[in-house]
Design a protein around this ligand. Structure first.
Ligand code: DON
Length: 550
C-alpha cells in the first residue's frame, strides 16, 4: 500500500514536472512576415547570436522570400534594446534623396503632380538605400557572431530555390508591369510570361551572388563597384530618369538617434522620432487617450473605437503639418508632446460627435511594401525593425537580384502650397517623412515589456497604436491584439476593417458623424510581449508571418 502511494506520488511529481516543462515560456523569439525568415533568425540565435545578428539573417531571408516588401535596395528604422544596460538605440537607415533632387521633380510640364504609378515605376523615386548600412552599423555595435556568418541560409535559399508564398503570388498577379523588368521576368515568371503561383519554385542566383559579396565585403559593395554602378546606370537610363549618382551612394550614412520616449499609464513607450512620424504620432495619441481610461472598455466598444478614430485624426493633422527630416526643418517635438498642448487637442474630442476632418492635410502618396520584424534573444536584447522598399516591388527595377526602392514617393509631390513651403518637400540629401513605427514598451524599472511594429504605409501608425492599446489596456496576448479588427483614421474617413465584427459599428459611427469606409486591410504587424518568465509572440494573420521561439 505504502509502496503504491509512494509510486503514485512519484508519478504525480513526474507529471507536474512534465507539465511545467511543457509550459515553460520561450526565452528567445523571432516574429517576422515569413516562416523561412523566422527560421533564419532562430538559426542565428541557436548559434549564440544576439537579436541584431538574427535581424541581419531575417532581413536577408525576407529579401529572398518576400522580395515585394523589403530588401537590400530599401531602407528602414531599427530600435535596439540592450538587455544588460537597458539602453535603447534608434538606427535611421532611411533612404535619402540624391544631391540632384529638385522641388519640381514630381511635377509634369504643367506643374501638376505626375500620376503616382508613373513616379513609382521610375528612376525619379529611387532613394539612396540604407537598410544594409543600418544593419552593418548596428551589428558592429551589438552583434556577437561574425557578420559573414549571417548570410548562409539566405544564400542557400536564393541559390537552391524557395517556394512562392500566397502573398508573393498575389502581388505578382496584381503588379503586372513588374514583368517588363527583364531580371524580374527571368526570376518570378514562367517562360510563357505568366507569374509564378503559390508553391512554385523560384531561384534567384544573382541575389545569392550579391549576398555572398555582402557577407565577404560588407555594405561597401553598395557604395562603390559594379553593383553601385549598375544601380546608378539603371536609375539614370530609365525613361523617367532620376539623378542618383555614385557620389550619393558613397556618401550615405545611417544615423544613430535618441529614441523618442514618453509615458502611458504604468509604462514608458519608446519609438522612432523624425524623419519618421510614427513615434511622435503614437506618443501623442496615447497621451490624448490616457484620461479616457480605455481599459474600462471591451476591444470593440463603440466608445473606444470613436475615441481612437478621433484621436488619430488629430495626430495625423499634426503629422502632415510638422513632421519633416529634422536636418532640414526643425520639428517641434517637445511642443507637440507638451501636456498643455495635448490637453487642448483632447478638448476638441466630443464623446458623442465626430469633429470631422481637421485643417487641410497635404495629399501624400499612399503605400504597400514593407515588413516588420520583432526579435528577442536569451540575453534580453531586443530588436524592433521596420524595413521597406515602399510599394510592392518598389520601383520595379532590379539590380544584382534585389529590387530598387521607390521611397522618394514618400515626399510631398509639391514643394509649396499657397506660396508657402510645405513640410516634407523634397530637397537634396533629405530623408522623406515615414510612418514606420518600431516601438518598445518598458516598465518603471526600464525592463522590456513588449516590442511591436508594422507594415502598411500611413496605416502603420493606427495599426501599431491599436496593437498597443490591445496589449496594454485590454491585456490581450500579442496574437490576440494583432488579430483585432482595425479602426483607422488618417484625418479623413474612419476606416473599419471588413473582416471581423467591427464593421457592424458602421451605422452607429455614422450616427456620430463619422464618414465611414468599410475596407479590406493589409496589416503587417509583428509583436513580442513578456509572458510569465519568457515571451509570447504574434504575427499579423493578414500576412504570411509567424512568431516562434524556444
Ligand atoms: O516609410 C513609410 O512610411 C512607407 N514608405 C512605408 C510603406 C509601407 O509600409 C508599405 N506597406 N505595406
Amino acid at each position: 500500500m505504502i509502496r503504491r502511494r509512494l509510486f503514485a506520488a512519484f508519478l504525480a511529481l513526474l507529471l507536474v514536472g512534465g507539465v511545467e516543462t511543457a509550459r515553460a515560456e520561450p526565452q528567445q523569439m523571432v516574429a517576422a512576415a515569413h516562416p523561412q525568415a523566422v527560421e533564419a533568425g532562430l538559426e542565428v540565435l541557436a548559434r549564440g547570436g544576439t537579436a541584431i545578428d538574427a535581424a541581419v539573417a531575417v532581413q536577408m531571408m525576407l529579401g529572398v522570400v518576400e522580395p515585394q516588401a523589403s530588401g537590400i535596395g530599401g531602407g528602414g528604422f531599427l530600435l535596439y534594446y540592450d538587455g544588460a544596460t537597458r539602453a535603447i538605440t534608434a538606427y535611421d537607415g532611411r533612404e535619402a534623396a540624391p544631391a540632384g533632387a529638385t522641388p519640381t521633380m514630381f511635377l509634369d510640364a504643367n506643374g501638376k503632380p505626375r500620376p503616382f504609378r508613373e513616379v513609382v515605376a521610375s528612376g525619379i523615386s529611387v532613394g539612396v538605400p540604407g537598410a544594409v548600412a543600418l544593419l552593418e552599423l548596428a551589428q558592429r555595435e551589438h552583434g556577437r557572431l561574425a557578420w559573414s556568418s549571417l548570410f548562409g541560409t539566405s544564400i542557400a535559399a536564393a541559390r537552391n530555390g524557395f517556394a512562392v508564398s500566397s502573398r508573393l503570388a498575389d502581388w505578382l498577379n496584381q503588379v503586372k508591369p513588374f514583368r517588363d523588368e527583364p531580371a524580374a521576368r527571368a526570376t518570378y515568371y514562367n517562360a510563357d510570361g505568366s507569374p509564378k503561383k503559390e508553391g512554385d519554385r523560384v531561384v534567384n542566383a544573382p541575389l545569392a551572388d550579391t549576398m555572398q559579396l555582402l557577407a565577404d565585403k560588407g555594405n561597401v559593395i553598395l557604395r562603390e563597384g559594379p553593383i553601385a554602378e549598375e544601380m546608378v546606370a539603371r536609375v539614370r537610363s530609365h525613361v523617367r530618369p532620376g539623378t542618383l549618382s555614385l557620389a550619393d551612394l558613397a556618401s550615405y550614412k545611417p544615423i544613430k538617434r535618441a529614441a523618442l520616449c514618453g509615458p502611458y499609464r504604468l509604462w514608458t513607450i519608446c519609438g522612432m522620432g523624425p524623419p519618421s512620424s510614427g513615434g511622435l504620432a503614437i506618443l501623442q495619441a496615447l497621451a490624448i487617450l490616457e484620461p479616457f481610461e480605455l481599459w474600462h472598455d471591451q476591444p470593440n466598444d463603440l466608445r473606444s473605437i470613436h475615441l481612437i478614430a478621433e484621436t488619430s485624426r488629430l495626430v495625423f493633422a499634426d503629422r502632415a503639418r510638422y513632421v519633416d527630416d529634422p536636418a532640414y526643418t526643425p520639428v517641434p517635438v517637445d511642443k507637440l508632446l507638451a501636456p498643455t498642448y495635448l490637453d487642448q487637442r483632447r478638448k476638441l474630442i466630443s464623446p458623442d460627435r465626430s469633429m470631422g476632418p481637421q485643417s487641410p492635410v497635404p495629399p501624400g502618396y499612399v503605400e504597400h511594401g514593407t515588413s516588420h520584424m520583432t526579435i528577442v534573444d536569451r540575453q534580453g536584447n531586443a530588436v524592433s525593425f521596420t524595413t521597406t522598399i515602399e510599394q510592392p516591388f518598389g520601383s520595379l527595377m532590379m539590380v544584382g537580384g534585389f529590387i530598387l526602392n521607390n521611397e522618394l514617393t514618400d515626399f510631398s509631390p509639391v514643394a509649396e502650397r499657397d506660396g508657402k513651403p510645405v513640410a516634407n518637400r523634397v530637397e537634396p540629401g533629405k530623408r522623406p517623412r515615414s510612418s514606420m513605427s518600431p516601438t518598445f514598451v518598458l516598465n518603471k524599472g526600464g525592463g522590456l515589456v513588449l516590442a511591436v511594429g508594422s507594415a502598411g504605409g500611413q496605416r502603420i501608425i493606427g495599426d501599431t497604436l491599436q496593437a498597443l492599446i490591445g496589449m496594454l489596456d485590454w491585456n490581450l496576448s500579442a496574437q490576440a491584439a494583432l488579430d483585432l479588427p482595425r479602426v483607422l483614421n488618417m484625418n479623413g474617413p474612419t476606416e473599419l476593417e471588413e473582416k471581423g465584427d467591427l464593421a457592424a459599428l458602421a451605422g452607429r459611427l455614422r450616427a456620430l458623424g463619422h464618414e465611414v469606409q468599410v475596407r479590406r486591410h493589409e496589416g503587417g504587424l509583428t509583436a513580442i510581449r513578456r509572458e510569465g518568465d519568457g515571451w509570447g509572440g504574434g504575427a499579423d494573420p493578414r500576412r504570411d508571418g509567424v512568431a516562434k521561439g524556444d
